[in-house]
Design a protein around this ligand. Sequence first.
Ligand code: ZN
Length: 119
Amino acid sequence: MGIVTRVFGLAFTAMGAFVLFSSVGTTDPFGLVWSFIGMFVMALGLTLMTAGKERDKKPTPPTVTEIRCSSCDFKEIRDFEKGDYILKPVEATCPKCQSTMTIEGVYIVREEPDEKDRI
Ligand SMILES: [Zn+2]
C-alpha cells in the first residue's frame, strides 16, 4: 500500500515537473497556466510521497517488565504496565515459594535492528 502511494507520488512529481519545465519560456499564452498546473501536480506528488512514508512508520516497540522473586531465583517477564518502575514491589507473590516479588527491570523489546541511519 505504501509503495503504491509512493510510486503514484513519484509519477505525479515527475509529470508536474515535466509540465512545469516544458511550459517555462514558451510563447504559449497558456504557459503560465500550465506552469501553475505543473506546480500543483508536483506538490500533490510530493504530498503523496510524504504521506506514504508517514503510513509506513512502525508502531512503538513493546515494553516488558521483568519481575524477580526476593527469595528464590524465580523470574517472570510480563507486559509493561503504567506505573511500573525498577525495585517496585508487586502485588503478586512468587508461585514457587510465595515470597514477595519486585520489579528488576523494564525493557524495550526490539524486534528488528535499529534503522536510525535511514531517514
Ligand atoms: Zn520465589
